[in-house]
Design a protein around this ligand. Sequence first.
Ligand code: MRU
Length: 374
Amino acid sequence: MNINGRHFRTIWPDPENRNKICIIDQRQLPHQFIIETLTCLDDSIRAIKDMHVRGAGLIGAAAGFGMYLAAINAPDHGVDEKLEQAAILLNRSRPTARNLGWAVERVLAAVTKIEDGIDKKKAAYKTACEIADEDAAFCRQIGIHGLELIAAISKKKNGKQVNILTHCNAGWLAFVDYGSATAPIYAARDAGIDVHVWVDETRPWNQGAKLTTWELQQEGIANTLITDNTGGHLMQNGMVDMVIVGTDRTTHTGDVANKIGTYLKALAAYDNNIPFYVALPSSTFDWELEDGTDIPIEQRSGDEITRISGMNDKTGEIETVRLVAPGTQAINYSFDVTPARLISGLITERGIVQANKEAIDALFPDKTKKLTQG
Ligand code: MRU
C-alpha cells in the first residue's frame, strides 16, 4: 500500500544485499517512519517479540525470513540443526499467532528435504519470499471476495455511505500488503463505493489509534477513531452497517482468536443484528484445533496498560508516561476468543465461508485431507 504516495510492503529483502531484511518499525508509527534492517535470527526474534513487526501475516513473513537469516548464519554442514533451534525460539516469541508456526514449519519442510547446505540456504530464501508473496496475493483475494458484502450493503442503502467498524489493526501493516480486514475496504474504495471506518483505539497497545487510522489516512479512506467502549452505542443507534476484524488464530471449527475486546464487539453486533465478519488467509487456520478454548492466549507485560506513549506536541519528542499510582497491578491478556456462533462468516482467499467445520472443510478439502492422512 502507499505511504505518501509511494508503494511499500511491510517486509522485503534489501535489493542490494539479500542477507539484510528490511522492516518498518511499527513501534514508532504514526510519528516516525523508520526502516530497520534485520541481519540475524536474534534480530528477527526481537522484532517479533517486541512488536517492531506485528499482525498475523507479517509475523508469519517475519518468521519465514527469520528462518532464512538463521540458515545463512549457520555453517553449511549445520543448517538443519540451526533451523531446528531457530524454530523453537521463534515459536515461543508470539504464542497466539498461528502464522508464525505455519511459516516456520513451511521453511523447515522445504529445507530438510534438500541434501546440500548451500542449496538449503537458497531454499530457505525462496520459501521465505514465497510466504511473503503468497500473503500479499491472498489478502488481495480476500479483498475481492469481501467487496461483494460491502457492495450489497451499499446497494441496500442506495449508495449512501457504508459504515464499517474494525478492531485493532488487521490492515496492510499486519500483513505483507493489503491487510485482511482492510482489503475489502480498499477494494470497495477502488470500486467507487462510499465507505467510512469506525476505528477502535484498541487498548492497551493502541494498534487502532496508532496504525489503522494512519494507514487508512495514507490511503484516503474516511475514518473516525473511537474508544474501545463506543462500538455498542454506535450499533444501537444504527451507525454501524457491518463489522470486519482480523484474526491471529482460527480453529478448524471457526472459533476466532483476535485482539482482546473483539469478543465484546461480536456480542454487541449479535445483539443488534449487525453482520460480523472475520477476514483471514488460510495460513491463520489452526487445522488441529477444534475448540477455541484451546487457543494459547498470549499475556504481555502489565506495563503496556499502566504506561502510555505518544508525541509531546511542544518538543516533538516521543514520551512515555505512567497513568496509574505507583505499584498498581495490571494483567494484560492480549487476545480473546469469539465463538463461531457469533460470526456471520469468514472471508478467505477462496471465498466467504460460514464459521463451522463442515463449511470450512468443504472450502479447504486439501488442508483437511492432509490432516486426516497425518
Ligand atoms: O498483537 P498484535 O498487534 O500482533 O495483534 C494482531 C492484531 O493486530 C490483531 O489481533 C488483528 O486484528 C489480527 S492480525 C491480522
